[in-house]
Design a protein around this ligand. Structure first.
Ligand SMILES: *Cc1c(COP(=O)(O)O)cnc(C)c1O
Length: 400
């Protein structure tokens, strides 16, 4: 057997139809699986035929141009992951040991992990209940207090949670008063808008992810973006081992191996081309859930912020046990019994064991979201029959 060829996955039986007499097996519904555009294979063939498969060359340049267009930033560096792009962002912001980096507590750990690994102290701010993103009013207050203390953060990170743009206009204005740079972790925000423009724009740096579960994927990958060509050029230098210009290997600092392979960039190109369709599909799934579950007492869909248009990367709901007579965990288990994957929303970072000593401001909103929040299957490739299975499983449980 050729070890380079992985075994084929077992064939998936259709939910309806199929061979008469065969048992129809409903396949497991995943939270947010990759959804192929259809022309990935041709693009992969083209990149392999060209021989340019390294993390450099025309395919990388084309991918960066396409991401720049979609993300609304003129300068883009393709990276091996969103987390790598965050690490490079913290490097070009010159984060040093002991510096404070402020971020919303309601996010994925990767938002702050690279800064923490560089010795920064994370400080977690609460989110706003009408958007689930960083509370700009609280940020203003906290910056004022920090300026009085004489200890301003080295950077503030905003996060576009579940495809909802954070209110960067308010956040950037608050930070500009104190000359604090804003980094937008838009790993979940590609395709979302803020007052009509792409989410993340207006920040000093934006970070995007093309991980397998995101709205479009390269099979793994990320991007760092900015209006400032100098920052992106510095990140590009650091992403390829910080080689100084010389015939021999010369280094004035240490770098990383954070480039994106051209092979993955080819997949990413095919995917970014269908971003608008993927946004429309995810929004339609959210809308379908919201309408089909609207009459269930105690169930509330994630709000859409007044300042933007969310992608609904993940459809999230809140389950209020006092009104629902059930809990988020009971519903998650009922869905699991129906072979449907769902996940509690992000557990707040200040409540993670690793951050038990980190300072924070507020946190009751994020804690409340975690107590009641559940992400439902949201893959843009879901069929209406699959959406109906999710809806039926939830409704059956509510009645019971
Ligand atoms: C996915 C994600 C990341 C990390 O992106 P990777 O490409 O998986 O490294 C960072 N922040 C947030 C909010 C994310 O959802």
């Amino acid at each position: 057997m050729n070890i380079l060829v992985p075994p084929r996955p077992p064939p998936v039986a259709p939910i309806t139809g199929g061979v008469p007499g065969a048992t129809a097996v409903a396949r497991r519904i995943h939270l947010s699986p990759p959804h192929l555009a259809g022309d990935e294979f041709e693009r992969l063939r083209a990149v392999l035929d060209s021989g340019w498969i390294a993390p450099a060359g025309p395919m990388i340049a084309a991918f960066e141009d396409t991401v720049a267009e979609a993300a609304g930033f003129p300068h883009v560096l393709a990276t091996a992951s969103g987390t790598a792009a965050l690490h490079l962002a913290y490097r070009v912001l010159d984060i040093a040991p002991g510096d404070e980096v402020w971020a919303p507590g309601f996010t994925f750990v990767a938002t702050v992990a690279p800064a923490v690994q560089m010795g920064a102290v994370p400080r977690f701010l609460d989110v706003c209940p009408k958007s689930w993103t960083l509370d700009a009013g609280l940020l203003r207050q906290e910056l004022r207090a920090a300026a009085r203390r004489g200890r301003l953060p080295r950077a503030v990170v905003a996060v576009d949670i579940y495809g909802q743009a954070s209110d960067l206009d308010a956040i950037v204005a608050a930070c500009a008063r104190y000359d604090v740079p804003v980094l937008s972790d838009s790993a979940e925000g590609l395709g979302a808008t803020l007052r009509g423009r792409p989410a993340g724009t207006g920040a000093r740096l934006g970070v995007f992810s093309f991980n397998g579960n995101k709205i479009v994927t390269a099979g793994g990958g990320g991007a760092l973006a900015s209006d400032d060509p100098v920052l992106v050029a510095r990140a590009r230098h650091l992403a390829a081992h910080a080689k100084d210009p010389a015939a021999h290997y010369q280094h004035s600092t240490t770098g990383h191996a954070y480039g994106l392979s051209s092979v993955l960039a080819a997949v990413g190109l095919a995917q970014v081309a269908v971003l608008a369709d993927r946004v429309a599909a995810r929004r339609a799934i959210f809308q379908r859930y919201a309408e089909a579950l609207a009459d269930l007492p105690g169930l509330t869909p994630m709000p859409e912020a007044p300042w933007g248009r969310a992608t609904r990367w993940l459809s999230a709901i809140l389950v209020d046990p006092a009104r629902a007579g059930t809990t988020r965990d009971a519903i998650r288990t009922a869905l699991e019994d129906a072979d449907v994957e769902s996940r509690p929303v992000w557990k707040p970072l200040p409540d993670q064991p690793v951050f038990r000593d980190a300072p924070s401001a507020g946190g009751a909103v994020a804690r409340g979201l975690f107590a009641q929040g559940l992400c439902l299957p949201s893959g843009s490739g879901m069929t209406t029959a699959e959406q109906d299975r999710v809806i039926a499983a939830i409704r059956a449980f509510w009645r019971g």
